[in-house]
Design a protein around this ligand. Structure first.
Ligand code: CP
Length: 320
């Protein structure tokens, strides 16, 4: 059987991976590959979104996602305006809907939003006419993170991820990255194992077609890639393990435990990393770590998403 054929992109918004077809994922990857090729040219700017205005509305902290979206938009020649947490009138009591309606009334062509409320991006996409891209909504989804993770996996393990074994280790329960990766990787045919303490990796996740393991050794031994996740303190409302030190002693990836991995297995992390907690500093900087490659790939993948969503609005995009 061959790889899934790309499908035409018809979605105004990208609010999650759950509803996407494998062929739509393939379309994003193909565009991202093309865009990645342009990023090493001396003139990195493409005219595709010239004259468009993209508003980055980030109501939660971000380094990688926000900057990658800003660079992606700028590489496509769009004008970018970023509004963060306290700098918007949301803190004066304005509703999210009113904020977005006003941004639209100011002739913005697209909103990229990070928000603490699960479902907020989908709600906004249904509320306004311009495209909405989800840059993380609560513990729900972080679609562009999962797309860039899969794009990076394809570069290392081959374009066909069917049968590849990916272990996601850490705080799964509160992670939007884990949810979007589960959807993405299972749609691409990968075999996903979720690992970590039972309080953060409940058996319920098996309903999504993944394995759950509360033992580290077998979860690592089989993996072609291990994706580490940090503990999401900001979303936890109660204690899920006695202390960070105890988490690290049971589930932190250190040199000894990395010895359980296959020789060529890669180590991934969406960032921000907490050195010495979920991963040893030496491992984060080791040859098998692709953490910074993931960050770089975030530009090409987000260029693809911006380009595809913009193309559905009826305004012509200039040739990529
Ligand atoms: N991976 C990720 O979402 O990082 P930021 O929070 O820095 O955007």
């Amino acid at each position: 059987m061959s790889l899934t054929a790309p499908l035409p992109w018809t979605r105004k918004d990208l609010t999650g991976i759950e509803d996407l077809e494998p062929g739509e994922l393939e379309t994003v990857f193909q565009h991202a590959e093309n865009f990645k090729g342009t990023l090493t040219r001396s003139n990195k700017k493409l005219p595709s979104l010239r004259g468009r205005t993209i508003v980055n509305l980030f109501m939660e902290p971000s380094t990688r996602t926000r900057i990658a979206f800003e660079i992606a938009a700028s590489r496509l020649s769009a004008d970018v305006i970023t509004i963060t947490g306290n700098a918007s009138s949301l803190v004066k009591g304005e509703s999210l809907r009113d904020t977005a309606m006003n941004i639209q009334a100011l002739n913005a062509d697209m909103i990229i939003m990070r928000h603490s409320a699960a479902g907020s991006a989908r709600y906004l996409g249904k509320t306004i006419d311009i495209p909405v891209v989800n840059a993380g909504d609560g513990a729900h989804e972080h679609p562009t993170q999962a797309l860039l993770d899969a794009f990076t996996l394809r570069e290392h393990l081959g374009k066909d991820l069917r049968g590849k074994k990916i272990t996601i280790l850490g705080d799964i329960l509160f992670s939007r990255v884990a949810r979007s990766n589960i959807w993405t990787l299972t749609k691409l045919g990968a075999e996903v194992t979720l690992a970590g303490p039972s309080t953060l990796v409940p058996r319920d996740f098996e309903k999504l077609g993944v394995k759950v393991s509360h033992e580290l050794k077998p979860a690592l031994a089989d993996a072609d890639a291990v994706m580490l996740l940090r503990i999401q303190h900001e979303r936890q409302t109660s204690t899920h393990f006695p202390s960070l030190g105890e988490y690290t002693s049971m589930f932190g990836l250190n040199k000894f435990r990395a010895g359980y991995l296959k020789k060529d297995a890669i180590i991934m992390h969406p960032g921000p990393i907490n050195r010495g907690v979920e991963i040893d500093s030496d491992l984060a900087d080791s040859k098998r770590s692709v953490i910074l490659e993931q960050v770089t790939n975030g530009i090409a993948v987000r260029m693809a998403v911006l380009y595809l969503c913009a193309a559905t609005t009826g305004q012509p995009t200039e040739d990529a």
